[in-house]
Design a protein around this ligand. Structure first.
Ligand code: FES
Length: 297
C-alpha cells in the first residue's frame, strides 16, 4: 500500500511499482490536492488518488489515467506530480529532493551482517536535526540505549576525524554497566570501545561497539532524518553479537545474554547542554539528503 513520509515538512508518497521498484511522488494529487498516500496501487503499478481516481506513474509522476475521460480522450500533457529519484540500500529507501537532483549518489552497502540477532525500529524526537546530530556525536549515551552498556561520552580515543572518503569518525570508551557500578571515578582502560562513522551528506551513521580485543558486540546503522524543522526521525537497525572471551566475568556474560539496542523517543536536553560540543563542532556537513523511511515489501 502507499505510504506517507514527511521530510523537511513536505509529504511524499512512497510505493512500489509493478516491478517492485520504490517510487516517490509528492503526496498531493494534481487534481485537488488529495493525499495520494490514502489511495491504492493499480494493477499497472501506478498510484491512484482516493478522491476521483486519477492515476499517477511513479517513474515520472505523469497522470496516466482519468476515469471520466472517454476512451479515446488522452490525458492532457503536463498533468502530473513531482517524481523523485529513489535508491534502496540495506533496508532503507533514499529519496533525492528536489526532483531535479536526479539519481541519489551511490552509497556503500549498509553493514547489517552478522550471525547474531538483528532488529530494527524508528524513533521520532521533538528535536531539530542538527541538535540531534550533536547529541549523537557529543553525547551518544543520550541517544543510544544499549542495555547493559554505558558509553563514556567524554572519553575519546584520539581526535574525531574525517577519513579520505569524507566519513566523520569518532572513537570513545564504553563500559559494562555491571562493572561500572563498582569502578572508581577515573578508569585508565575501559573494556569497550564505541566507533561512530557518519557518512557525508546522507544522514547515515554506522555504530560499532567492540571489546578491547576487537570482538564485535553491537553493530548498528542509524538514519537520522529531518522530518520537519523541529522533528527528527531516527530509523535504525542493529545486530547484537555475543562474543566469547575468557576474560569476561559472570556479570558480563549475564549482560551479553540480555544485550539489546534501541533509540529512545526523547533525549535529556540538560545533559546534552552539559556536554562540551567537541565532536559536533568538528563535524561540518551539509544537511543530509534524504532518507524517508525504512523499506518494506
Ligand atoms: S483529487 Fe485526486 S483525483 Fe481528484
Amino acid at each position: 500500500a502507499p505510504t506517507r513520509c514527511r521530510l523537511f515538512g513536505e509529504d511524499y508518497v512512497l510505493f512500489r511499482d509493478k516491478t517492485g521498484v520504490a517510487r516517490a511522488l509528492t503526496d498531493r494529487c494534481a487534481h485537488r490536492r488529495a493525499p495520494l498516500s490514502d489511495g491504492k496501487i493499480t494493477p499497472e503499478g501506478w498510484v491512484e488518488c482516493p478522491y476521483h481516481g486519477w492515476r499517477f506513474d511513479g517513474q515520472d509522476g505523469r497522470c496516466r489515467s482519468i476515469p471520466n475521460l472517454s476512451a479515446d480522450e488522452p490525458v492532457p500533457a503536463g498533468y502530473g506530480v513531482d517524481a523523485f529519484a529513489t535508491r534502496e540500500l540495506g533496508g532503507f529507501v533514499f529519496v533525492a529532493t528536489p526532483p531535479t537532483a536526479g539519481a541519489v549518489a551511490p552509497l556503500p552497502a549498509l553493514d547489517n551482517a552478522g550471525n547474531s540477532t538483528s532488529h530494527q525500529g524508528s524513533a521520532f524526537l521533538a528535536t531539530p536535526y542538527r541538535a540531534l546530530m550533536a547529541a549523537l556525536l557529543d553525547a551518544p549515551s543520550l541517544m543510544l540505549d544499549i542495555r547493559g552498556v554505558q558509553v563514556v561520552d567524554d572519553n575519546f580515543y584520539g581526535e574525531p576525524y574525517r577519513d579520505n572518503a569524507g566519513h566523520f569518525i569518532t572513537e570513545r570508551a564504553a563500559d559494562w554497566t555491571a562493572l561500572a557500578r563498582k569502578r572508581k571515578k577515573v578508569v585508565p582502560d575501559y573494556p569497550l570501545q564505541l566507533r561512530t562513522e557518519t557518512l557525508p551528506g546522507d544522514s547515515i551513521t554506522h555504530l560499532a561497539l567492540h571489546t578491547d580485543a576487537f570482538a564485535p558486540v553491537l553493530n548498528a546503522t542509524l538514519a537520522v532524518t529531518p522530518v520537519s524543522d523541529c522533528v527528527t526521525a531516527v530509523h535504525w537497525q542493529a545486530t547484537v553479537h555475543k562474543p566469547e572471551d575468557p576474560a569476561f566475568t559472570p556479570a558480563v556474560h549475564r549482560t551479553l545474554e540480555k544485550l539489546d539496542f534501541t533509540v529512545p523517543d526523547a533525549i535529556d536536553a540538560r545533559t546534552l547542554l552539559a556536554r562540551h560540543p567537541y565532536a559536533s563542532s568538528l563535524w561540518q556537513d551539509t544537511l543530509p539528503g534524504l532518507l524517508l523511511a525504512r523499506s518494506s515489501r
